[in-house]
Ligand binder design. Structure first.
Ligand code: MG
Length: 460
């Protein structure tokens, strides 16, 4: 049972759960587990320098050489670890969370987000205080390098059809959200010959422009600017720029499952392959993948799980519905810069505007709600839901997904609160709602039955 690490590293409010002491402790534990030199990067948050300095001191204390790569997107740090063949990396970031948060994300020597096993090992060393402290003559060397960002940018430019994009000269509105993307995406788009309008492109940990999560509500300014400037596309990143969200030329927000499906089709075209995505993703992705002769492999929710499965399977493409996309030709992690460049390449290779390319995708309607449940009954509720769905096809990778001919229901416990999330999807809105209500009714019935059994037992 993990006590600190969640789906995407350790997160907390600065000064409360996220303190220099915690960064020191996790740094000493990570330095004890990992071998070789460790790269330390950070996002633009007001607390990131402070936490990174604690992290760097702790790693050096355990005898690890430290490469301080400064402020950069998480995928740029991951690219540096992988290509410089370092022992690992640590990113100080709270990704899309509000400004008062920060976090710690550990990266393994392959440049992938740490495995559950590594995170558990780090936690065990931390709680059992089994960290190593070296003597004065073995303290790790601390070196500042400033080539991680340009190397990441160059590597992306080398992996897309630059000539086609240069010829197309797309007009781009780019919202860096005052985050780490300020150091990469304006340069990527300029080098690709785009005519560029930027928003929130000055790094600022107070996030004066908008909150770091690129939701439709948070990027409404970008949607307006796209329309007003007649841009071909709008692009927005989250705080550490591992995600990219797009806006079409009409100023309409494109949900992440649609951009994922669109790019999946492009990556598989003419060659097929495996696409990895969490069980909660829209069937739109599976439809597109099958259309191109490929197959979908479903995983539990969480980008580290998707990336690792892609690595194991030698997948062609993968990602999540939140704008996190993974291009194995570059690296096995969510990669906001690569997603930006690949979307510009897609626009250059097609003649239609982005809104039309999106309209050509299979259209699905999603129903989403949540139900609170009594503590301690999580597993019994899931078993009960699966048992009641025995006639239908059930996938139990993460929660219970019930497949119907014309849609599906997914009942999944939240990782952080005592609630079950109920999702349902179908091509028709009425049917999606019907399936969703069926899911809700099943969960409520199971909870009621379990309650009856408990009160029956206590009255015996
Ligand atoms: Mg992120």
């Amino acid at each position: 049972m993990r006590r600190l690490f969640g789906t995407n590293g350790i997160r907390g409010v600065v000064g409360k759960d996220m303190t220099p002491e915690l960064a020191l402790g996790i740094g000493r534990a990570a330095g004890t587990l990992y071998n070789g030199a460790i790269a330390v990067g950070r996002d633009t948050r007001t607390s990131s320098d402070l936490l990174a300095n604690s992290m760097i001191s702790a790693l050096a204390c355990t005898g690890r050489a430290v490469v301080d790569v400064g402020i950069l997107p998480t995928p740029a740090l991951q690219y540096h670890v992988k290509t410089r063949k370092l022992g690992g990396g640590v990113m100080i970031t709270a990704s899309h969370n509000p400004p008062e948060f920060n976090g710690i994300k550990c990266i393994d020597s392959l440049g992938m987000e740490a495995s559950v096993e590594d995170e558990e090992a780090i936690e065990a060393i931390y709680f059992e205080k089994r960290h190593e402290i070296t003597t004065w003559e073995h303290i790790g060397h601390i070196q500042q390098v400033r080539d991680a960002v340009p190397r990441y940018v160059e590597s992306i430019l080398a992996k897309v059809d630059k000539d086609a994009i240069l010829k197309r000269k797309p007009k781009v509105a780019l919202d860096c959200g005052n985050g780490a993307a300020c150091f990469t995406s304006p340069y990527l788009t300029t080098r690709l010959g785009c005519s560029l309008v930027t928003l929130n492109a000055q790094p600022d940990g107070h996030f004066p422009g908008r909150l770091p999560e690129p939701t439709a509500a948070n990027v409404s300014g970008l949607m307006r600017v796209v329309k007003e400037t007649g841009a071909d596309i709008g692009i927005a990143h989250d705080g550490d720029a591992d995600r990219a969200i797009f806006v079409d030329e009409k100023g309409q927000y494109i949900f992440g499952d649609k951009s994922l499906a669109l790019l999946a089709g492009e990556e598989l075209a003419g060659k097929g392959g495996v696409v990895v995505t969490p069980i909660s993703s829209s069937s739109c992705i599976e439809d597109v993948v099958k259309m191109h002769g490929g197959e979908v492999h479903y995983t539990r929710v969480g980008s580290p799980i998707v990336a690792r499965k892609m690595y194991e399977l030698g997948a062609t493409f993968g990602g999540e519905e939140n704008g996190g996309m993974i291009f194995p030709g570059h690296q096995f992690c969510r990669d906001g810069g690569m997603a930006l460049a690949k979307m510009l390449e897609l626009l250059a290779h097609h003649h239609e505007p982005l809104s039309e390319l999106i309209a050509q995708l299979p259209q699905y309607q999603l129903f989403k709600t949540s139900i609170p449940y009594p503590a301690g009954l999580r597993d019994q509720i899931m078993e009960g839901v699966a048992a009641r769905a025995s006639d239908a096809k059930v996938i139990a990778i993460d929660g219970v997904k019930i497949l119907h001919d014309d849609g599906w229901i997914l009942v999944r416990p939240s990782g952080t609160e005592p609630i079950f999330r109920v999702y349902a999807e179908s091509k028709s809105k009425t049917r999606a709602e019907e399936l969703g209500k069926e899911g809700v009714a099943t969960v409520e019935e199971v909870i009621r039955k379990l309650g009856d059994q408990a009160s029956h037992r206590s009255s015996e």
